[in-house]
Structures are given as C-alpha cells and as structure tokens.
Design a binder for this molecule. Structure first.
Ligand code: PLP
Ligand code: ZN
Length: 415
C-alpha cells in the first residue's frame, strides 16, 4: 500500500511509529503496531520542510483545519464542511475575575456540531473515505456522537454511535436528528468502550476511536496549530486542556513538537490538565506526584463529556504534563457550574460544563501562583453550552406579560 504514503503534494508522512517498540511501519489499514499491538502514530519528516514556504502554504490554505494538511496524514476530502479556524479571543474580564493577567480563550465551541470533536472526526472521516468504508462508528460521552453523526450525514455514510444511557438528552437527540443509529447502553463509558472494541474487531466499520484512532487523534493537533498561528506564530506560555481520553492533551504536545521541529513556532509551552473531581484519574495522578493513572470505576460529574474513568491516553498525559512543567486541577461540580456562568457573564461565551472545568482549573492554578503576569495563558473551550446541561429554563420564574409584574419580579436587577 505504498500509495497511501503520498497523499498531498507537501505532506511528509513517513509512516506510523509505535510508541511502545518504536518500529516505523507503513500507513496501511493497521491501527495498532504490527509487532507488539502497541499504539501507533503518524510520523513526519519535519526536517524536510522549509519553514518559510510551509508558513506561506498554510497562509494560503483554507480557513479550516485543512490549512495544516502538510502536517496531517490525509488530504482534505471534497465537500466536507469547514471545521476549525475558530476564534482566539482575549478575555480580560474573566482574567480579572480569576486572577490571570494575560488570558485568552480558544473558542472551539463554534464548530459544525458545536464541539472540538469535529476536528478529530474530520481527519478520521477523510481516512474512512480513503479506505472506501461505508459506515463510521464511535463510543462517545456525547459530543463525539454528534460529530460522527453530522460528518456521516454530510458524506452519505451510515453511522452507529454508542453512548452511555445517561448521556445528555440534547446530545442524543442531536445525533439522532443527523440520522445516525444511536445506541444507548446501560453502563459507563468504559463499558460502552469495551463493547465497541469487540464490534470493531467483528465489523468492517470505521470506528473513529478504535480502527481509525491514529488518524482521529491527529485532528486534535490543529487546535494548537491554530492557537500558535493566531498568536503570530508563537506558542503560548500555558495552555489548560480538558481531559477525557487524553487524546487532546497528548496531541497538544505532539503539535508543539511539530511546530518547533518545522521552525513554525517556538517557546516553552506548559500543558495543564483540567478534570472534574468526580472523574479525575489524570489530574489526581499529577497532583499526587506524577504517579500512574488509577482508573475511576463509577464517574459521577456534571461534566459528562469528560467522564472517562480509564483514559486510553491517561499515562501518556501524565508523562507529558510532567515533561512540560505543567500541573493539573480537579474541581467540584459547584465550581464547574459557577465557572460556566462566570465565563458566560464576563466574556459572552456560553460553554458546556467541560469549559467550566477549564476555567475553574485556571482559577485554581492562578491561586497557586502558576502564571507570571507577563505569561500568556490559553484556555481550550471545547464544547458549546447550547447543547444542554446548563440550568433549565424551568428554574426561572415565568411572569405575565405585564410591566408592573416585570418590575416587581426583577426589582433586584433593576435597582
Ligand atoms: C471529548 C471532549 C474533551 C476531551 O477530549 P479527549 O481527547 O477525549 O481527552 C474535552 N472537551 C469536550 C467538550 C469533549 O467533548
Ligand atoms: Zn510496537
């Protein structure tokens, strides 16, 4: 399958390298190491890029994650919708409230299905099309189901998405509206995951987080590529990353290494993990001295999209955080919801609870003196609050269409 190695004119994909035994192998249909079944990842010949031509090529590229095609393992599929190139905005009012002098939000809640999962899915989908698959599937805590369902609809593929029965209703409803077969499973995400691992062996489907995982995970790099480009081709000093499986966090480090290796951007990026205390296997391992990750059996948290008790890239995340000089936060549900409200009311960005986890973690890190005043701090806001979970409208009073009743009910806000 040598042809799969040359996809775009400028991609310098060398093949897939095993993280356990380090053997480089061809980018054929394998999704684990052919030698030891370890995890494999695309590797590029970074030294072969000329920095200035690469920067120009990216600058000429589409306003989507496909502008980074030279550093992706697949070419842009025709007709897929634009994913990525989301805003990086300064957040001075939130910064003042949580004690961070130079705060930025990477607002990735503005993707086609309203979460950053559209990025990994875009790359996995391109690979599925390349392999001629007619069905894509996933195990999901909610957002991945929507991203897979939307991408399948857009490209005329069949989709099976598997979610814990307790998944946010609005996310289940969204995936179903896109026409996916939504399979609700009684059990935790880890149990859903085991079911999908079995089905991935038995069906010739593109399981985005199993059989397409080496490609899927690559999409997550583009969040840091964009952040660096939007900062004028500089790495931020700090980034706070919400952690579920750990794919986003570990690929943030991969992206930093590739930006440095190509000469596109430089700087010492410290990577911090954000998790809710009801499911914080990675943050707990970091905060208790960078030990190995102990799985959480029954995650209970309002941040359901991060409720992965046995993260696939858990130990890898801990290693990366330590190597980068980063830290972690483990924050309560109350802090999460309060932080969502604070983010919305100070900056006009309505995030799902994962965003509240990130803001609350940044506040905790700031209180510990992690950020110097001249250092840039970027928060990844990965999911949109309009997908549900926030305070229900029924919690607010309903008034008659009457000005006096309005003034009486809202006397406090009006004074
Ligand atoms: C999936 C998800 C994450 C975590 O991503 P991983 O790569 O699984 O660690 C963060 N935020 C949101 C909103 C998500 O849906
Ligand atoms: Zn191997």
């Amino acid at each position: 399958m040598a042809t799969t190695l040359e996809r775009t004119s400028t991609s310098r994909l060398r093949g897939l390298r095993c993280r356990a035994c380090h053997v480089l192998q061809p980018a054929d249909e394998r999704y684990v190491c052919g030698e030891c079944y370890g995890p494999i990842e695309p590797e590029y010949d970074l030294a072969a890029f000329d920095t200035e031509s690469l920067r120009e090529e990216i600058g000429r590229g589409p306003l989507s994650l496909w502008r980074y095609a030279p550093l992706l393992p697949v070419a842009e599929p025709r007709g897929h919708f634009a994913v990525g190139w989301t805003p990086l905005v300064e957040a001075p009012r939130l910064g003042a409230a949580i004690g961070v002098a130079r705060l930025f939000l990477k607002d990735d809640s503005r993707n086609p299905s309203l979460s950053f999962k559209d990025r990994p899915v875009a790359v996995a989908l391109a690979r599925a099309l390349e392999l001629g698959l007619d069905t894509i599937a996933c195990a999901s805590t909610g957002n991945l189901a929507g991203a897979v369902a939307a991408a399948a609809a857009r490209n005329g593929l069949r989709a099976f998405v598997f979610v814990p029965a307790a998944t946010d209703e609005s996310k289940v409803a969204g995936a179903a509206a896109y026409g996916a077969n939504v399979v609700r499973v009684n059990g935790t995400y880890d149990q859903v995951n085991r079911l999908c691992a079995r089905l991935a062996d038995e069906e010739r489907w593109g399981f985005v987080n199993f059989t397409l995982r080496p490609y899927y995970a690559e999409g997550s790099k583009t969040l840091l590529f964009e952040t660096a480009e939007q900062l004028g081709w500089r790495l931020p000093d700090h980034v706070v990353v919400p952690v579920g499986s750990g794919a986003l966090l570990t690929r943030t480090a991969t992206a930093a290494a590739q930006l440095r290796g190509t000469g596109l951007a430089d700087g010492a990026l410290r990577i911090h993990a954000a998790q809710p205390s009801g499911c914080a296997p990675v943050s707990d391992a970091v905060l208790e001295g960078y030990r190995a990750v102990h799985p959480v059996r029954d995650p209970v948290t309002v941040a359901r999209s991060l409720a992965i008790g046995a993260p696939a890239d858990g130990d890898g995340s801990v290693e990366i955080i330590r190597a980068s000089g980063g830290s972690a936060g483990s924050v309560s549900d109350d802090e999460v919801l309060e932080s969502c409200a604070l983010l919305a009311s100070t900056e006009g960005v309505l995030a799902e609870p994962a965003g509240g986890v990130v803001v609350a973690t940044a506040r905790a890190l700031a209180a510990r003196g992690t950020f110097a005043d001249d250092e840039s701090v970027v928060l990844y806001i990965t999911g949109n609050g309009y997908k549900g979970t926030l305070a229900a409208s029924s919690l607010l009073p309903a008034i008659a269409a009457d000005a006096d009743e309005f003034r009486a009910t809202y006397a406090g806000a009006l004074s």
